[in-house]
Structures are given as structure tokens and as C-alpha cells.
Design a protein around this ligand. Structure first.
Ligand code: SF4
Length: 270
């Protein structure tokens, strides 16, 4: 999630209410509509195994290091039904049989009814489901959605509340509330943390996150994602200024230092 998002970027879309569940399972959720930015048919980094990754459009955050600013609104998205998404997923069923389906974004919980419909269809087809989210809209993920979710990739963008707000534009608290809810439901979580030199790499910031993660009982994996510069070209193409042009990419040494801080808290990070 590297590179920057700016004041000149489009305003966040309004956050939705959770959609009503389908009236019955007879005309299932397949007809629920949503906005898909893009898909990746053989993803290998967004969950276990080879995965079909659907990137949904829309995000209420404005992360300074966002490397996909074009996913933050629906301008570049296509409207699809959950059934159309699953039909396409099933074309790759053989390849993803040891992996599964990941729904990412943007922020997928901008469209909770759509995610729920996709996941319920996927589970009915025996496909492993992973939700890649910042957790800021976790309250919109109803119990039914979570019952159809096998894994959550939870991106905690910083530990210190003021820093979190300055990095993302929103409050940390909903993400932590979602993390505790996932723990109470024993849903496995992969924690992700973007390491940005000079911004999120402060010792107290990493330490606080490591301590918190070390106390959660449902964390299956912790990933440190080093900030990179690949997103800058996208900002240029979109005509948006990039806030982090002067910020260097995180080095291997930076990542090793962060891993050591996690290790001191008893957490093995990769
Ligand atoms: S949550 Fe992801 S898509 Fe949204 S602004 Fe942050 S990095 Fe970009």
C-alpha cells in the first residue's frame, strides 16, 4: 500500500449501512450487486495458496501511502452481481483448490452485502474465503458475513491513535473493536502492517502494535509490508500529487529491525 493520497483526491464515498439479508436462500445472494475494480486470478500474496482476488471499489480511508488511489472510488469500477463474480471464480477452481478466494479493495466492507453474498456463494461451492480489510468498517460486517469468512487479513496501519489518524484520515478504534470481535469468534487473522520509513517505523508505534498483537489469541500470521515506490507512477497517471515522493522505500534492514521489535514481544513476523 505504498505512495501517497492527497487532499486533491476525490472525497470518500459515503459509508453504507449493512444491506438487508436476502429474503430467502431460494434466490440466493447471487443477484446482489456491487462494484468491482479488478480481479487477479492467481494471486499468491493475499492469503494462503493460490487465490482468486477480487478488488472491490471504494474506500473511506485516505492513507498517505496508498498505492491504489484509483480503487478509492467507483470511477474505474464495473458493476457486477455476486453470481457473476462466483461464476468467474469457478472458472479457476482447479488452480485455487488449495488456496481460495480473497476479497480485497479499496475497502471491501464499503459493500458488506456484496461481500456477504460472494462469500456465501463461495462457501456453498466449497471455496476458502479471505477478507482483506483495514477493519475501519468492521461494524458493518454482520455475523452472517463473518460466518462465511474463513480468514481475515487485517491491516493495522499504526498503533498510536494520533499517528493512525494522520496516516489514514480515520480513527483506529473501530479497527481494534473489529479485531476483538474476530478474536471472540475465533476467526483466524493475518495481521498486516505497512512499514513506512519516518512515518510508521517509530519504536513505540511498532512496540505497541506488537504487544497488542501478541495478546490476541487468533493471530495465525503477522506480515510486515515494506513501503515501496511503485505506486508513484499511478499518481502521475491520475494527475494526483504524491505526498511521499521524498520518503524512501523501506529497506531489508528496516524490516529486520521491525521484526526484532515484534520478536521482543513474542511475535514472529514475516
Ligand atoms: S485502506 Fe487501502 S485502498 Fe484505502 S486508502 Fe488505505 S491503502 Fe488505499
Amino acid at each position: 500500500m505504498p505512495c501517497a493520497l492527497l487532499q486533491e483526491s476525490p472525497a470518500p464515498l459515503p459509508v453504507p449501512e449493512p444491506g438487508p439479508p436476502p429474503a430467502s436462500t431460494a434466490e440466493p445472494s447471487a443477484s446482489v450487486r456491487g462494484f468491482v475494480y479488478s480481479v487477479e486470478t492467481c494471486g499468491s500474496v493475499d492469503g494462503p495458496g493460490l487465490r482468486y482476488v477480487a478488488f472491490l471499489a471504494g474506500c473511506p480511508m485516505r492513507c498517505v501511502y496508498c498505492h491504489n488511489p484509483d480503487t478509492q472510488n467507483r470511477a474505474h469500477a464495473r458493476e457486477r452481481t455476486a453470481g457473476q463474480v462466483i461464476t468467474d471464480v469457478l472458472r479457476y477452481r482447479h488452480f485455487i483448490r488449495r488456496g481460495g478466494l480473497t476479497v480485497s479493495g479499496g475497502e471491501p466492507l464499503m459493500q458488506p452485502a456484496f461481500v456477504r453474498a460472494i462469500f456465501e456463494e463461495a462457501k456453498a461451492a466449497g471455496i476458502h474465503t479471505a477478507l482483506d480489510t483495514s477493519g475501519c468498517l468492521g461494524d458493518l460486517a454482520d455475523d452472517r458475513l463473518l460466518a462465511a469468512t474463513d480468514l481475515v487479513l487485517l491491516d493495522i496501519k499504526s498503533w498510536e491513535p494520533d499517528l493512525y489518524k494522520s496516516v489514514t484520515g480515520v480513527s483506529l478504534e473501530p479497527t481494534l473493536r473489529f479485531a476483538k470481535r474476530l478474536e471472540s469468534k475465533r476467526i483466524p487473522v493475518w495481521i498486516r502492517f505497512v512499514l513506512v520509513p519516518g512515518i510508521t517505523d517509530g519504536e513505540s508505534n511498532i512496540c505497541g502494535l506488537a504487544d497488542y498483537v501478541g495478546r490476541l489469541t487468533n493471530v495465525a500470521r503477522v506480515e510486515i509490508l515494506p513501503f515501496h515506490k511503485f505506486g508513484e507512477a499511478k499518481y502521475k497517471a491520475l494527475g494526483l500529487p504524491c505526498k511521499l515522493t521524498e520518503t524512501p522505500a523501506a529497506t531489508n534492514a528496516d524490516v529486520e529491525r521491525a521484526k526484532a521489535i515484534f520478536a521482543d514481544a513474542g511475535v514472529s513476523a514475516s
